[in-house]
Design a protein around this ligand. Structure first.
Ligand SMILES: Cc1cc2nc3c(=O)[nH]c(=O)nc-3n(C[C@H](O)[C@H](O)[C@H](O)COP(=O)(O)O)c2cc1C
Length: 481
């Protein structure tokens, strides 16, 4: 069976003639190439058309002499440095794998004959463009497999293999094709070397990483994704964005008192004192929080304001910042012991500074309160549990790869604002590191993919001085906090 490797441009990039005998890359990568000799031009055109090996391309460029062959090599280097080259592996004339971009990692994939390899625990596949795509959050190159061969070889690499053993493990794939495929995986950072004891060796720094954390981290920072960094791409611009104002929930509104901010400004402790006094207070006092206190905290931390912003004129604003001024986060209140508020779930609507009754006491609400108490290591349910939700589509309308990470950053800024206002008011605040998204969706009757819970925060009155309050380091069981 014949195995062959060819070089082409990555998907989404084309090569077209430009003015003055030049050629230019267009599409996802834009690059103007210098004028070239006819042979180098033919080699570039053949590269753009695909289906030629490096040797064939070099031969075309070499027709004009050694100097032009060298010029072609340096042009390839430039294209490689821009991530514009892909390497394809063919078996019997059929492409079975494409490494894209090729050459971006230091080592050209050449597995050592005496080393056993297995698939890295960070490699994963998914369906893409009518084939199977293998990606690794540690590196940019991916391997796209349009036929069964690649996925079958990946299956064989679930256990350690020497390069020479890999082909034999999958009937129908010759050894040289299996080894070339292994080289692609190595270049994509998808392989782990296995030591003589059978242990997959990975760099010390990787041992503490969970697969999902590395994927989330790698793909929400600049430079790790072949398709590029998806900041404000507005990819859903043809659709209506989720409205800034959520429609008022059904049911009657419980208007909350608007606090006197001028009075608060006069009577609050100074900012430095609030910052220095801020602590997580987990246990609550015997006096329940009142509806007015809850209303004041919500208004001061997450309430709606109007502000004159530079270049944006008079607009809506909040006390906390939000990426793109999207303000996709909503606040729900689970009242357990709050004077003036029946036990149940409420939705806070900043537009009219009101609470809307969503659901009475239910097993789901009990479950959420229990989870919160366990997270904070307290024996009683908190007086009030605030649940922050994100309206995912509102954020994704503008942002692409960074949409979810920004939502979590918003939870962070809201947490700190709640902490500071609660501290200034003499209340007991504590952020929680986890909560039940499905449980909350059931309790609130929400689709968790449309509006899901992303943050939890407990609140109450401070315990009486007689009851010693544990402060500072979170208890062991609250780890992840
Ligand atoms: C994102 C976040 C998650 C947290 N999760 C928890 C938690 O689940 N349980 C808990 O008891 N404390 C939690 N805390 C509170 C921390 O344990 C606390 O901030 C830390 O111990 C420092 O103490 P201090 O806030 O009193 O200064 C969390 C804090 C943050 C910011």
């Amino acid at each position: 069976m014949s195995t062959r490797e060819t070089l082409s441009l990555v998907r989404g990039v084309t090569l077209a003639p430009a003015a003055e005998g030049r050629r230019a890359l267009a599409g996802r990568i834009r690059l103007m190439l210098p004028p070239t000799s006819p042979g180098v031009g033919a080699a570039l055109d053949a590269l753009g058309a695909g289906g030629h090996s490096l040797e064939e391309l070099s031969e075309l460029a070499g027709r004009d002499g050694l100097t032009h062959a060298a010029i072609f090599q340096s042009l390839l280097g430039a294209l490689r440095a821009h991530g514009a080259l892909a390497r394809l592996l063919h078996l019997e004339g059929v492409a079975i794998a494409a490494l894209s971009p090729e050459g971006s990692s230091l080592a050209r994939g050449s597995p050592r004959a005496s080393t056993r390899y297995q698939l890295s625990r960070f490699a994963f596949t998914r369906v893409a463009d009518g084939g199977t795509l293998l990606e690794v959050p540690l590196s940019k190159p991916s391997v796209w497999m349009p036929t069964w061969h690649g996925p079958a070889l990946l299956g064989a690499l679930a256990t350690p293999r020497l390069p020479a053993e890999l082909g034999a493990a999958v009937p129908g794939i010759p050894e040289d094709a299996a080894v070339a495929f292994l080289g692609m995986l190595q270049e994509a950072g998808a392989l782990a070397e296995v030591d003589p004891e059978g242990v997959a060796v990975e760099p010390e720094a990787l041992t503490t990483w969970e697969f999902h954390d590395l994927l989330f981290h790698g793909w929400t920072r600049w430079g790790r994704q072949e398709r590029g960094y998806g900041g404000a791409t507005f990819r859903f611009r043809d659709r209506l964005p989720e409205p800034a104002k959520k429609p008022a929930p059904p049911g009657s509104a419980i208007a909350l008192a608007v606090p006197d901010l001028a009075r608060a400004e006069r009577s609050d402790p100074p900012l430095t004192a609030v910052l220095e006094r801020r602590r997580s207070v987990r246990a609550h006092g015997s006096r329940p929080l009142t509806r007015d206190e809850l209303g004041e905290l919500l208004y001061r931390a997450v309430g709606l304001r109007r502000a004159a912003l530079e270049r944006r004129g008079e607009t809506e604003a909040r006390p906390y910042p939000s990426g793109g001024a999207i303000y996709e986060t909503a606040v729900y209140v689970i009242a357990h012991r709050c004077e003036g508020l029946e036990t149940g779930l409420y939705s806070y609507r900043p537009e009219d500074h009101s609470l809307y009754h969503v659901a009475p006491r239910s097993p789901e609400l009990e479950g959420l309160l229990k989870l919160a108490a366990a997270g904070a290591m307290i024996s009683e349910p908190p007086q009030v549990l605030l649940v922050l939700t994100a309206r995912f589509a509102r954020m994704a309308w503008k942002y692409e790869t960074v949409a979810y990470t920004n939502m979590l950053k918003h939870v962070g800024v809201i947490f700190q604002t709640l902490y500071l206002v609660a501290t200034a008011m003499g209340l007991a605040p504590c952020a929680l590191g986890g909560g039940g998204a499905d449980l909350f969706a059931r309790a609130a009757g929400l689709d968790p993919l449309v509006e899901g819970s992303v943050g939890e925060f407990i609140l109450g009155t401070r315990p009486e001085p007689a009851a010693p309050e544990r402060q500072g380091e979170a208890p062991a069981a609250a780890k992840g906090s």
